[in-house]
Design a protein around this ligand. Sequence first.
Ligand SMILES: Cc1cc2nc3c(=O)[nH]c(=O)nc-3n(C[C@H](O)[C@H](O)[C@H](O)COP(=O)(O)O)c2cc1C
Length: 196
Amino acid sequence: MINEKFAIVADVIKNRRSIGGAKMNGKRIADTTVMELLELAHWAPTHGRTEPWHFFVYTGDALLQFGLDHGALYWNNTPEETRMQATREKLENNIKMVSHMVVSVMKRGTNEKIPHIEEVAAASAAIQNMLLGATALGIASFWSTGGMTLKPAMKQHLGLGNEDIVLGLIFLGYSDEPAKPGIRNSSAADKIKWMN
Ligand SMILES: Cc1cc2nc3c(=O)[nH]c(=O)nc-3n(C[C@H](O)[C@H](O)[C@H](O)COP(=O)(O)O)c2cc1C
């Protein structure tokens, strides 16, 4: 039964779009608003209530420094024959119009009964909560795994353990450009097998 609440949630889910840092306008989101989004993240489902999501929030000068550090991580961990100055500069610059960047991490706890994959699933759901909250507030968001995000060097940079996983860099900001219409290559029905 479709009711008003469902319609609002469905509208937010279907209209969440990835809007990259280059399309953001540099306007700052209030820190308190970012905290509200992270509060939504905290209400993701969590098997055994391990709550494996952890966030490093960067803004202002710290965000610019992260861009420089990301560029340096790339440069220092890529063979001389393949590394490119343009890629380094992109990593340094692509956060310049971003308001806040939330490095989203699955931190493995001590409850070994919960399989690693479940912790990744829970922390990913937390990210989606944040993205949906942002959409509802007219905040542009982008989930990036670009550059060194998934490399061991990034884990080391963040002081993470072996079993922890950086799931993404979540860019948040405002954009003046209307989001492009969403695209899916298939219909939902294509992915569903009913057993009646
Ligand atoms: C785990 C994950 C990592 C992603 N990493 C990148 C990325 O590194 N670069 C990128 O352009 N988009 C990235 N995206 C965003 C996808 O490109 C985007 O979700 C897809 O194009 C569908 O568009 P929509 O989010 O507007 O529906 C990522 C999405 C997910 C779920």
